[in-house]
Design a protein around this ligand. Sequence first.
Ligand code: NCD
Ligand code: ZN
Length: 346
Amino acid sequence: MTDRLTILRPDDWHLHLRDGEMLKAVLPETARHFARAIIMPNLVPPVVTAADAADYRDRIMWAKPKNSDFKPLMTLYLTEDTQVRDLRAAAEIGLITAVKLYPAGATTNSQSGVRDFSKVTRVLENMAQIGLPLCVHGEVTDNDIDIFDREAVFIDRVLDPIRRDIPGLRVVMEHITTSDGADYVREGGDDIAATITTHHLVINRNHILAGGIKPHYYCLPVAKREEHRVALRKAATSGDPSYFLGTDSAPHTDAAKLQPCGCAGCFTATNTLSILAHVFEEEDALDRLEGFTSRHGPAFYRLPVNEDTITLEKGEPVEYPAQIETGDGPVTLFDPGFPLHWHVRV
Ligand code: NCD
Ligand code: ZN
């Protein structure tokens, strides 16, 4: 039985760091274990221009713990007004690593997202030319589409047509939650990959809804049926480089989550690696954890892997706090519902 595992230092390919007091409180939670992260741009107002991205990167660097060499990989929030020239300049100087597509209304702070996909064709064509990845929130927003079907319908109605129209566009389907997403990416060739979150490997929709409503398990895309969770586990632990970790750690204060219309998002930065080691061990795939957390992401993004390592050690239960304190109020940590025994040594 393995009880000690050293892997290349992980990266998080989908992370919400927020701003201000929240940024200060949550950034150390990620920087403790992860070397780099793709930083989501859904602030209010969103990070839409190169200048916005440069300012946000500066604020992150200021908030960073002094002894940390954590590197934020910045993204731009795609709008119908995004300027090709601004985007290309930001990519050329290495200021941005990807561009994020939110269908308008799909999730937290997505009001400025895209309504008419034909309006962003020219931007996407330019991204295909320079190989700049598009990170996609893959859900349709139509009221007549059931929320549990929105990912599968998005693939057919939006994502596949875009990829056919713009060959060579490199796409990361973010936080996939269905076997449809996993299958589409597996069969989609070298220009598409997917991130998978920690929480979607652990919870299904019963965890949110059965035996009382659990707002801390509510996120978008919402967790689906058990068969989908099983498919995601299979994908994540398969060793297929199309899949890599994007925690989608999305902090909201308890006050914002625990109300009649609560916010979507699970905060998993702090305990993600202990949970993942548990999941991969359960799937008898500990030898594939490094691929998922540390190798497949850099390969898709055409970046070097990290040089240093972390060690995971199995022992007495790990004590994680139930909440972290922030200047905006407490944020509850994702509770996997089982004890964690894998300690992270950095
Ligand atoms: C994210 C957030 O809070 O910003 N929420 C979530 O439920 N995942 C937005 C997102 O990634 O959809
Ligand atoms: Zn997200």
